[in-house]
Design a protein around this ligand. Structure first.
Ligand SMILES: Nc1ncnc2c1ncn2[C@@H]1O[C@H](COP(=O)(O)OP(=O)(O)OP(=O)(O)O)[C@@H](O)[C@H]1O
Ligand SMILES: [Mg+2]
Length: 332
């Protein structure tokens, strides 16, 4: 197949906030996807979708499929930018469509759909202005998150709050810094799990990944905060969580967690690939935090490839599975 890989490159710019490029992809990831596609016999052009490269490339070139990992530039529809252009040009692409990408990026709207589908998700309230009255049913500790971010941007340990004063301070900070609504959720103590779905002929739920932060205590970080994600593996900072794949769960709970992830994938309308983040509380209720239709694909660092390896796949098999799933769809 002739394939174009569309991406936004992670850059270093001291004038931008430290987390500005966190969602974008590194050269290692881009090179790894290109190599994997070539290994499987495809020809590949890698396109950084910075304006005007996307338009000029597709004006001159025809491809069979776009392998899309572009996170987009800005705003609440950013992950849909490239798919929207490709839809307009009638060019097929891997992964979720314009609508599902925009939906999944909006945590509150996604949670409303999960509630309607009876999928457990932490109780929540959305703060638009920051001076709304706190819902008395919400129980501390609460966590404050920007409503439309990924890569744990704007999520630090101080975002977990135990009283109204700290809560409203964090809400204000979140609205001011990230220029968007603040989502406030009950903080679920318990196991951190993430579940990969890969549609490869038939839909496949990969072995569940459990991330254990208990040996990161010295760092002060105790969940998948921005710092934990950004500096994961840094032993000097004490940010070396332990990964268990498959997760240490009883069979019955494992099935329950997988079922919830698959139902989330379907409820949001995801295609080919997704990763659902879950917290399992002390009563073994799997609370869905969010779904990622564009999960990171760094072969060493990202959670999704770890789950594919545990299923016996090599990195290039994973990339090929995503491509084939999308190309089957275009034939249908
Ligand atoms: N309600 C919650 N209860 C417990 N922990 C939470 C909750 N919400 C978020 N977290 C912690 O914060 C992390 C990041 O939150 P979340 O997955 O919502 O953000 P994100 O920016 O979309 O992440 P990603 O990097 O997966 O895109 C979670 O993996 C979890 O460790
Ligand atoms: Mg997450």
């Amino acid at each position: 197949m002739r394939v174009a890989l569309t991406y936004n490159l992670k850059k270093k710019d001291p004038l931008k906030p430290a987390d500005y490029f966190s969602e974008c992809d590194s050269e290692e990831t881009i090179n790894s996807v290109v190599t994997a596609l070539k290994t499987k016999g495809h020809s590949v052009d890698a396109i950084d979708v910075e304006y005007p490269a996307l338009f000029s490339y597709f004006r001159k070139n025809r491809v069979d499929m776009v392998f899309n990992i572009a996170e987009g530039k800005h705003g609440r529809f950013r992950e849909s930018e490239v798919p929207a252009v490709l839809d307009y040009l009638n060019i097929p692409y891997t992964g979720s469509d314009t609508f599902s990408l925009a939906l999944a990026l909006n945590k509150t709207l996604t949670k409303k759909i999960l509630k309607a589908e009876n999928i457990p998700t932490p109780n929540f309230q959305l703060f638009v202005k920051g001076d709304e009255i706190l819902d008395p049913d919400l129980k501390f500790p609460l966590i404050v998150k920007p409503n439309c971010e990924g890569s744990a941007k704007g999520i630090n340990k101080t975002n977990v709050v135990n009283n109204p004063e700290d809560l409203f301070c964090k809400i204000k900070e979140c609205i001011d810094v990230y220029r968007q609504e603040a989502l406030v959720e009950e903080f679920i103590e318990g196991k951190e799990l993430t579940v990969g779905i890969l549609e490869n002929g038939k839909t496949r739920v990969l072995p569940i990944l459990e991330i254990d932060f208990s040996n990161c205590k010295k760092s002060g970080e105790y969940f998948y905060s921005w710092k934990m994600k950004e500096f994961q593996g840094n032993s000097e900072l004490g940010l070396v969580p332990e990964f268990y794949c498959p997760a240490r769960l009883d069979k019955e709970i494992e099935e329950k967690v997988k079922d919830v992830a698959l139902r989330t994938h379907r409820a949001v309308g995801c295609l080919d690939i997704s990763r659902t983040d879950i917290r399992l509380d002390k009563f073994n209720v799997p609370y869905v935090l969010e779904i990622n239709p564009l999960p990171g694909l760094d072969p060493k660092e990202s959670n999704f490839p770890i789950m594919a390896y545990a299923a016996g796949m090599k990195y290039e098999d994973l990339i090929e599975a995503i491509l084939l799933s999308a190309s089957e769809r275009t034939k249908a």
